[in-house]
Design a protein around this ligand. Structure first.
Ligand SMILES: [Zn+2]
Ligand SMILES: [Zn+2]
Length: 348
């Protein structure tokens, strides 16, 4: 089968090539892939700056497709099921994090598209525990973005505990910021998306998907806007999805006393100083949100089923597998918010 493989560490070293089809042994489910999202971590893998990637490996961990075979130990998933899958392929199964199903925090976790062959290929195998059968009304295109949506659910609902009426500021208008914005809206919050002048197109996507206000911080004073909207109290919750330390410091500055700041972004330069005094003197709850876990997936699929969140609204660029390089280039250049690789769009 055709696949996009990271053949060795370092910059690029990626190839569109033929590899053997995987087999559905044990508890594995074999999936014919319909769509595979291009994630920021795939771009880091391309650049050779993502330490978790263990080449040679097929990239891709955001996908949907149809089950074509199941191993002898598979109990509930059937051939023909429309599915997506969590990225967890293997965990230690015995650590406290595994026992509470916080698989995102297991120190011995192995994931699809990083250590185990991922979804930028015609077929993939995933363990049954990770596979989710889709409701009929959820499109395979939207379902391919369940993983970034689940990251948004983990951050907004499980970590940020957003309530109806909360005023939320989302820093970053990329795919994760867009998912966080949509999930916060689904919970009844007022949502402000903060970005830069280059985010103009992304702001349009965010507004079309329900965000209340977008702020270009190079042209407008975010703090003044938030203070005016909150009678000088500050935002209830801020979500850092841009990976920039100055954005985190701005979040600490505009969140209200006893407010919550959730960090999802990964900082390239973690030596820049964070305004920790504000955390202390204003009793800010500063919390990390790392990827997603089984409970986040369950909720993400419910939100799609209910139609309160429609991930495919951000899928503005689709391209076939052999054209993967253009997709990566456009994502790296910031020309598209979310690139999707099409493996087989005849699957419904
Ligand atoms: Zn991802
Ligand atoms: Zn574990």
């Amino acid at each position: 089968m055709k696949a996009v493989v990271k053949t060795e560490s370092g910059y690029d070293h990626m190839e569109y090539m033929d590899i053997p089809e995987p087999e559905a042994t044990g508890d594995l489910v074999k999936i014919k892939i319909a769509y595979s999202g291009i994630c920021g971590t795939d771009l880091h893998a391309f650049k050779g700056t993502y330490a978790s990637t263990k080449p040679p490996v097929v990239l891709g961990h955001e996908f949907s497709g149809i089950v074509v075979d199941v191993g002898p130990d598979v109990k509930n998933v059937k051939v023909g099921d429309r599915v997506t899958s969590e990225t967890t392929f293997k965990t230690c199964g015995v650590c406290p994090m595994c026992l509470s199903k916080d698989y995102n925090l297991c120190g011995n976790r192995q994931g699809l598209g990083t250590q185990i062959n991922g979804s930028m290929a015609e077929y993939l195998v995933s363990r049954e525990e990770s596979v989710h059968v889709l409701p009929d009304n959820v499109s395979l295109l939207s379902a391919s973005l369940t993983e970034p949506l689940a990251c948004g659910v983990h951050s907004v609902i499980e970590k940020g505990q957003v309530q109806p009426g909360d005023i939320c500021v989302v820093f970053g208008a990329g795919a994760i910021g867009q998912m966080v914005s949509q999930v916060a809206k689904s919970q009844g919050a007022t949502v402000i998306v903060a970005g830069l002048t280059q985010d103009a197109e992304r702001f349009k996507l965010a507004l079309a998907a329900g965000a209340d206000r977008c702020v270009d911080q190079m042209q407008e004073d975010l703090k003044a806007i938030v203070m005016e909207m909150t009678n000088n109290v500050g935002a209830d919750k801020c979500f850092e999805c841009s990976g920039a330390v100055p954005a985190l410091n701005k979040a600490l500055e505009i969140v209200r006393r006893k407010g919550t700041v959730v960090q999802m972004g990964v900082f390239a330069n973690s030596h820049e100083s964070i305004w920790t005094d504000l955390i202390l003197h204003r009793e800010i709850v500063y919390v990390g949100s790392r990827s997603q876990k089984p409970s986040s997936w369950k909720k993400a699929i419910e939100l799609m089923r209910d139609g309160t969140v429609v991930p495919e609204k951000i899928a503005t660029y689709l391209t076939p597998l052999e054209n993967w390089r253009e997709g990566f280039d456009k994502m790296i250049a910031g020309e598209v918010t979310k690139g999707i690789i099409v493996l087989d769009d005849s699957l419904k």
